[in-house]
Design a protein around this ligand. Structure first.
Ligand SMILES: *Cc1c(COP(=O)(O)O)cnc(C)c1O
Length: 400
């Protein structure tokens, strides 16, 4: 009898059935491409991987040295302070002051994160009830809508288009949706499009957030990876402190993706809401890493420019050569991505398969970032100029 009950679902074991929430997560789009890549590697093909947004450059040695020393401190071997050590939160606040001219209270308005992805994924738990609308850009980093699904919120997608400089057009969102909106996610400088936001745009969305009483959650992971004018923190725009939280990451800024450290800053209640969620899930960031993170943030003015220069050289080389071959894109002002139009008549996935099969080049199909990403592919500048030159040589042989 008991055995029967366990198998009521057409012979499948019910205990193994994924929760409705997890089942709602769309299938991973890159299965086929990953398989093709593995096949190529097995054939010992010389694969050029421009797919992943993970820098090939090691973390600056100075930061590593600080971490090594911190490892020897027995105080740091114990549980970390849950919201982050005060010395780390102070370094975050001082960075926000020095870079953007904005004051934050390190005790109440700053929170250490185990990488910004962690904070982004957990933030909706603090503020979203089932059925609340969460506005998510499309194409986008997938964690905005995934975090929404985990809280039974309703993602509503805002297309980012070439014509609108990849800024969402909120005038297209109906009053009914805006009234049900709890969070608007933004990400500038933007992954995958490389776009940056203007002050006017931030002003408009802040006004809208006040009018309809929703939160703006801004992912600023690429705010230090720029080639022209330094991009804005949303807090440089008046009124932001009343409606916004901003997520910062040390990953891309200091080539520290493997370290897992970032921080959130913003309106006290928003930061504290996230802090409450996190205090019930994780136990903070390893204090030795916070020590290295604090050092990095305190020295961003000397540590970042050499890294920025490396990416700038790659961007300049690749944009110039791709244009010559005839690819269409907007030259990115920031991030280490190029968001390129897929040549006719291919879909983004078809085109990426073709590049992999015929040229052994890995790039990411735009469709993987949302349906509005169809028609584009993303190149990550996470490989040196020498390899980019080889990629260009192969691309120039491509027959469409
Ligand atoms: C890489 C990335 C992140 C995640 O950064 P971590 O701090 O390493 O978790 C967040 N947002 C965007 C848009 C990214 O591309």
């Amino acid at each position: 009898m008991n055995k029967e009950l366990g198998r009521l679902n057409h012979g499948e074991e019910v205990r193994m059935k994924l929760s409705n929430r997890l089942a709602k997560i769309p299938p991973y789009l890159f299965v086929e491409l990953d398989r093709l890549k593995q096949e190529k590697l097995k054939e010992r093909a010389d694969v050029i991987d421009l797919g992943i947004g993970d820098p090939d450059i090691p973390t600056p040695q100075e930061i590593v040295e600080v971490a090594k020393k911190a490892l020897e401190n027995p105080e740091y071997h114990r549980y970390p302070a849950n919201p982050g050590s005060l010395f780390y939160r102070r370094a975050c606040a001082e960075y926000m002051k020095k870079r953007f001219g904005i004051d934050f209270d390190p005790e109440e308005e700053v929170l250490a994160l185990i990488g910004s992805k962690e904070g982004i994924a957990h933030f909706p738990i603090a503020f979203v009830n089932p059925g609340d609308v969460v506005l998510c850009p499309d194409p986008a980093y997938p964690v905005y809508h995934l975090g929404t699904i985990f809280t039974d919120g309703e993602p509503y997608y805002l297309p980012l288009t070439w014509e609108k400089e990849f800024l969402p057009d909120l005038t297209k969102v109906t009053e009914e949706i805006l009234r049900r909106t709890k969070i608007l996610w933004l990400n500038y400088p933007n992954n995958p499009t490389g776009a940056v936001a203007t002050k006017e745009f931030f002003k408009e969305v802040i006004e809208l957030a006040k009018k309809y009483d929703f939160i703006i959650a801004h992912d600023a992971a690429y705010v230090e990876l720029y080639y022209e004018d330094p991009p804005l923190s949303i807090f440089e725009v008046e009124g932001a402190k009343e409606v916004a939280i901003e997520f910062h990451s040390l990953s891309k800024t200091f080539c520290m993706t493997g370290w897992r450290i970032g921080f959130a800053v913003g309106k006290r209640e928003l930061v504290q809401g996230l802090a409450k969620v996190k205090s019930n899930i994780d136990s903070g960031v390893f204090t030795a890493l916070q020590s290295a993170g604090a050092y990095a943030l305190s020295n961003f003015e000397t540590l970042v420019p050499p890294l920025r220069k490396i990416f700038a050289e790659r961007r300049d080389y690749l944009t110039q050569e791709l244009s010559k071959i005839g690819f269409e894109f907007k030259k990115p002002k920031a991030t280490f991505y190029l968001w390129v139009k897929v040549p006719k008549p291919y879909t983004s996935t078809e085109f990426c398969k073709k590049l992999l099969q015929e040229l052994a080049i890995v790039v990411t199909p735009g469709e993987g970032f949302g349906s509005a990403g169809e028609g584009y592919f993303r190149i990550a500048l996470t490989t040196g100029v020498k390899r980019l030159k080889e990629a260009i040589r192969r691309l120039s042989t491509l027959k469409l």
